[in-house]
Design a protein around this ligand. Structure first.
Ligand SMILES: *Cc1c(COP(=O)(O)O)cnc(C)c1O
Length: 355
């Protein structure tokens, strides 16, 4: 029954917070968006593509697949493109999960995994994170049964920011039957320390059951256009393509993705700016006494525990919208330098000068 289904809860927008609290000038650090508008080359490509929107776009986004296959050094049959990587995650559920099938993922993690599991009448098997907020590899391996169809591993994980090395992922994959499709959700790939390794280059050649999803939403600043991609064995990609909504990736999104791929250097410079800001924010938070995990995304995680809702509300009343996870912690996106300063100052105010 649709009435029983949970809904995906997006991060609250600045305008909504302003209306709720009767304030102006709110900032949104709640959805891990890029704080700056897309680079000029992308804006130009989108404007040019707008002239053609009387036509359907290429259903398979062939040019984007080809550009990605060149960039990643894989066959074009190993790549698919979707309406954001969220849509590709949902396609994995449509393609592989029958009612009663089990879907394994660490928890806490990305909110759509339990939502999509329920949508398919699947059974979510949620494996608690380890104390350092990393994955509990033994518990994940032990939780696989003969009903398990999918496993989702977000690395870096949302909302904790913690990541797994390819060595750790391999040690888990070695213990998961090849009948289980394992999705390594790399929405924050571009922010990850390269020392963690590259699952596309290192794991996909050895594990035909691994699919890696990535997105243009975060590092490339295209969250509002909806384009993401997946890389894996041609059979898995073909299965995912069977559930591709007709014309899922619109013409503007395809043009933007191609322009982004042609200007990776400029985008990487912006990623480096965000990483520098993340480091600065972490130093300040640590000086205030916060214990921080090893953040590898464009956001930080504060274990605010029982005070979570109150801290989130007080920040919001002062115009700083972050993402609370009641009873656990808050996830705060790295914004522009003034936004980050405002978050730090407001957090100090609402926690009376420190943790
Ligand atoms: C943001 C995010 C995504 C999806 O983003 P899209 O905009 O749908 O591409 C996927 N996984 C995780 C863990 C995310 O945080």
């Amino acid at each position: 029954m649709v009435a029983d289904l949970p809904s995906y809860r997006p991060g609250k927008g600045a305008a909504q917070a302003e209306a709720e609290h009767g304030i102006t000038g709110a900032i949104k650090l709640a959805s891990n968006e890029n704080p700056v508008e897309p680079i000029d080359a992308i804006l130009d490509a989108v404007a040019a593509a707008a002239h053609g929107v009387n036509r359907y776009a290429d259903h398979r986004a062939t040019a984007v697949r080809e550009a990605l296959s060149l960039k990643l050094g894989v066959d074009v049959e190993q790549v698919t493109v979707g309406n954001g990587s969220s849509a590709l995650l949902q396609q994995l559920f449509f393609s592989y999960v029958d009612p009663g099938d089990e879907v394994v993922f660490p928890w806490r993690s990305f909110e759509v995994y339990p939502v999509f599991t329920r949508l398919m009448n699947g059974v979510a098997v949620q494996v608690p994170l380890a104390v350092d907020l990393g994955f509990d590899v033994d518990a994940l391996a032990a939780s696989v049964s003969d009903r398990t169809k999918l496993m989702f591993l977000a690395s870096p994980n949302n909302p904790t920011g913690t990541a797994s090395t390819t060595t750790e992922l391999r040690s888990l994959l070695d213990r998961v039957p090849s009948s289980v499709i394992v999705c390594i959700d790399e929405a924050y790939r571009e922010f990850l320390d390269p020392g963690f390794g590259d699952p596309v280059a290192e794991l996909i050649p050895d594990f035909p059951n691994v699919i890696v999803t990535r997105t243009f939403s975060k590092a490339h600043g295209l969250a509002g256009l909806r384009v993401g991609y997946a890389v894996g064995h041609p059979d898995v990609i073909a299965a995912v393509d069977k559930t591709l909504l007709p014309f899922a990736v619109n013409a503007l999104a395809q043009a933007a993705a191609l322009a982004a791929l042609a200007h990776e250097d400029t985008i990487d410079e912006r990623v480096q700016d965000i990483l520098a800001e993340r480091a600065r924010v972490e130093v300040e938070l640590a000086a205030d006494g916060w214990a921080l995990p090893n953040h590898q995304g464009n956001f930080v995680w504060l274990a605010t525990g029982e005070r979570t809702d109150q801290i989130a509300l007080e920040l919001e009343r002062r115009g700083v919208v972050i993402r609370p996870f009641s009873g656990e912690g808050v996830r705060v996106t790295i914004g522009s330098p003034p936004e980050n300063d405002r978050f730090l100052a407001t957090l100090r105010e609402v926690t009376t000068g420190g943790r």
